[in-house]
Design a protein around this ligand. Structure first.
Ligand code: NZQ
Ligand code: ZN
Length: 385
């Protein structure tokens, strides 16, 4: 196992009766802004529940955060926050609303020029406005981590940052509110959470049995719960298990002391930037291609994954690895996700653009043992054409 530091200060309130906890969590006398997306919180009752919990606070509202939240919209919220001297933020919605809130919270106190530098130059973030989250969509894990992914329309870029000041102070997880999700968003959530686990697991063995078995437990749970919650998003029990799996997948626990490989995400973000494909759908395309390309290098872990997660016990190591990749791709397809670029009308010219972009950014070797080069990226995407 490698050396590691683990720190996660996010207080979690899980379950349908927890919204009222906001009242005690927000500092008395705070000037609060409620940030939300395109209006789902009005349909699932979350807006009314949050408003009731914030009764007694001076409250401003800012709606319209889009899926794949943008710098442009976020900066409008930053203006309002500065004007109104807001001191606490509540984010209510899915990963996009929470990610935007993280950027807004940091940008509002950023003193070093254009806050885009937080993303483009990894500019230091020393402080952020405190915020709490009300999560209505299980997927990203953003409710319990310090990551945020923001797009910039003007440059068709999608970049991430990760800094401790944007850990939420608390997050309220609402499986009941997630019951109004359309099926394809539930599918997206399952696949995103699953790939978060594989990005921290499917590398090479470092004798970290706890982390491996935690990761395998999350994947097995996702595979078991997926058909139930996909068929019936308002199955409260199944949605609860999906929601907690998604949180556990990316709150830092399974990455302790093990190598990671976020290449599937890095390539996927480019497909979203160029074609606006849903985040999880990009992962379902990239992952099988990248694993096929790096099968030899990742074989030991692929064989372990085949046996423990998919119960593939017979055949040579090579056959087991192939079967595990195939099972994974079929799992994504069983949830209605296309795993080919052609499913989204994406052609070879996009592969050229992505490869060029990585070269221009000098992202010449990424991920596990720096195995993902522009050449690997090209090969992985060509397999999925
Ligand atoms: O905007 P509203 O009206 O709220 O509707 C949303 C949105 O249209 C809707 N929705 C949310 N909760 C609902 C609901 N509809 C009905 N009932 C509910 N209960 O769902 C749509 C998608 O929401 P969004 O927040 O975009 O989805 P998700 O949670 O999957 O977030 C995706 C974003 O997170 C980033 C992605 O790149 C993408 O931008 N990620 C963030 C990560 C992190 N911070 O750690 C890690 C991930 O890998 C990911 O990159
Ligand atoms: Zn993701």
């Amino acid at each position: 196992m490698k050396d590691f530091e683990f720190y996660n200060p996010v207080r979690i309130f899980f379950g349908k009766d927890q919204v009222s906890r906001i009242t005690e969590q927000v500092h008395a006398g705070s000037r609060v802004i409620l940030i939300y997306g395109g209006g789902s919180i009005f349909k699932n009752g979350v807006y009314d529940r949050v408003k009731a919990a914030l009764k007694g606070f001076e409250l401003t509202e800012f709606g319209g955060i889009e899926p794949n939240p943008t710098y442009e919209t976020s900066m409008k919220a930053v203006e309002i926050i500065k004007q109104k001297k807001i001191s606490y933020i509540i984010a209510a919605g899915g990963g996009s609303v929470i990610d935007a809130t993280k950027f807004i919270a940091a940008a509002a106190l950023f003193k070093n020029g254009d806050p885009w530098k937080i993303l483009s130059e990894s500019a230091e973030v020393t402080e952020a406005i405190p915020f709490g989250c009300v999560l209505t969509l299980p997927a990203t894990g953003t409710e319990m981590n310090k990551n945020s992914v923001i797009s910039r329309k003007s440059t068709t870029e999608k970049l991430a940052f990760s800094v401790p000041p944007v850990f939420p102070k608390f997050s309220i997880l609402l499986p009941d509110a997630a019951g109004t999700l359309p099926q394809q968003q539930v599918a997206n959530g399952i696949v995103d959470a699953f790939v978060h686990v594989t990005e921290q697991y499917l590398t090479y063995p470092v004798n970290a049995p706890i982390q491996d078995r935690f990761a395998e437990a999350i994947m097995i749970t996702l595979i078991e719960e997926a058909p139930k919650v996909y068929a019936k998003p308002d199955d409260y029990e199944a949605m609860s298990n999906l929601m907690w799996s998604a949180t556990m997948a990316l709150n830092g626990i399974i990455s302790c002391g093990v190598p990671g490989d976020w290449s599937v995400h890095s390539i996927g973000h480019e497909l979203t930037a160029f074609h606006n494909i849903d985040h999880a759908r990009t992962l379902a395309i990239v992952l099988p291609g990248l694993w096929k390309t790096l099968k030899e290098e990742k074989k030991e872990k692929l064989v372990q994954y085949a046996g423990r997660v998919w119960n593939i016990k017979s055949g040579t190591d090579d056959e087991k690895a192939d079967a595990a990749i195939d099972k994974t791709e079929k799992f994504f397809q069983s949830l209605g996700l296309g795993t080919r670029l052609s499913d989204y009308g994406v052609k070879k010219d996009t592969i050229d653009k992505i490869v060029k972009r990585f070269e221009d950014r000098k992202w010449l070797s990424m991920g596990d043992r720096e195995l993902t080069t522009p050449g690997t990226t090209r090969k992985a995407l060509e397999i999925q054409l």
